[in-house]
Design a protein around this ligand. Structure first.
Ligand SMILES: NC(=O)c1ccc[n+]([C@@H]2O[C@H](COP(=O)([O-])OP(=O)(O)OC[C@H]3O[C@@H](n4cnc5c(N)ncnc54)[C@H](OP(=O)(O)O)[C@@H]3O)[C@@H](O)[C@H]2O)c1
Length: 339
């Protein structure tokens, strides 16, 4: 019998997950039932949403149960199979969890090919985060040429793609990111028009005012919010008439231990006849292959660069790697490569 290790939820965290949030356990691989196959997991996706899945509160997915293997998207190779649709050797993407080996019946699993793109891309730009950028921007942001698009967590997996797609569509793009290096990357490599380093002392509202003046804009037409808090509030203060605020996430609040007050500038939505709408990427699943083809073409044409931070390690590296999302220690899509 083969044994494998996985990361289970040992206790629900308060604030940032700590080592005792997790238990790393070894178990024997059971015999496969008809229709099942085993996947040797190679790349595990690290996502801010994981923090929310640890809390025992209603959300768009049920919380991870205490003692259960941590939920995660991953890519791997079929190592044993009693399912003709997923033969041994097939490369697959699915929600296999934080584990070295997963058993699946094929639900929600797709075959991918490393001939088309490196495997981590199926978790990033051609996977969940790329789809989030695409549908959040087009379906809710509705960008038009000449619009000013502001995106927060702009050097991250979602934000980096949002800004580049907005540029392809003729928008002026202002990114907000933490630190000089990230800001230089966003403007020099990704082609954003301006970057606000929110870690500088000047307040967000003042910095956004300067950014808008520098790019010659009157206000924000689309704000793609990955962060919440002060960034959301500052953008609400500068909305253009008919602006669209896209609520993608609020990472600045995911580890809060008390309820965070809402944005005080929200009445500007009324004044500017603007909208503020949340969305969930999975609602667009039926259109993913169309978006993957479009993004794939942009990558092939050199119009999109997809930054990735690939951390190599054993499954034990998961807890520390997850926390890098909350300290900003990633550029683009953060992935754990199981060695
Ligand atoms: N709605 C959906 O369907 C959906 C799907 C996927 C993701 N999301 C959301 O999209 C957002 C981005 O996710 P991602 O996977 O692309 O992650 P990411 O941007 O690659 O990584 C998270 C980034 O957030 C920034 N950050 C962390 N704590 C912060 C804080 N307190 N204040 C400001 N910035 C902070 C860090 O960048 P800096 O160094 O710049 O601080 C960090 O690199 C998240 O809010 C996530 O929940 C939503």
């Amino acid at each position: 019998m083969t044994s494998f290790r996985s990361v289970r939820l040992a206790q629900r965290p308060t604030g940032i997950p700590s080592p005792d949030t997790w238990a790393i356990e070894s178990e024997e691989l059971p015999a496969l039932a008809p229709g099942e196959f085993a996947v040797g997991v190679k790349y595990i996706s690290l996502d801010p949403a994981m923090r929310g899945w640890l809390d025992d509160r209603p959300s768009y997915l049920p919380p991870v149960e205490l003692g259960a293997i941590m939920r995660a998207g991953s890519v791997g190779t079929v190592t044993e199979s009693l399912n003709a649709n997923f033969p041994v050797g097939a490369q697959v993407v699915g929600t296999f969890g934080v584990t070295e080996v997963a058993i699946s019946d094929g639900s929600g699993v797709h075959i991918v090919s490393s001939d088309l793109a490196p495997l981590p891309a199926f978790l990033g730009v051609l996977g969940m985060t790329g789809m989030t950028a695409y549908f959040g921007l087009f379906e809710l942001g509705k960008p038009r040429a000449g619009d000013v698009v502001v995106v927060s967590a702009a050097a991250g997996a979602v934000g980096s793609i949002v800004g580049q797609i907005a540029k392809i569509n003729g928008c002026t793009v202002i990114g907000i990111a933490g630190g000089k290096e990230k800001c230089e990357y966003i403007t020099n490599t990704l082609g954003f028009d301006y970057c606000i380093d929110y870690k500088e002392e000047t307040g967000m509202r003042k910095q956004l005012g300067t950014a808008l003046k520098t790019v010659g804009a009157q206000g924000v037409d689309v704000y793609f919010d990955n962060v919440g808090g002060e960034m959301l509030n500052a953008n609400l203060a500068y909305l253009s008439f008919g602006a669209r605020v896209v609520i993608c996430g609020a990472i600045s609040q995911y580890n809060d231990t008390e309820i965070t007050p809402g944005p005080s500038n929200y009445m500007n939505l009324l004044v500017k006849r603007a909208t503020m709408t949340g969305f969930l990427v999975f609602d667009y699943a039926s259109q993913f292959s169309m978006a993957q083809r479009r993004i794939g073409a942009w990558i092939a044409q050199g119009k999109i660069t997809a930054p990735e931070t690939v951390v190599e390690g054993k499954i034990d590296a998961f807890p520390a790697t997850l926390n890098r999302l909350f300290t900003g220690d990633n550029l683009g899509k953060l992935v754990l490569k199981i060695t």
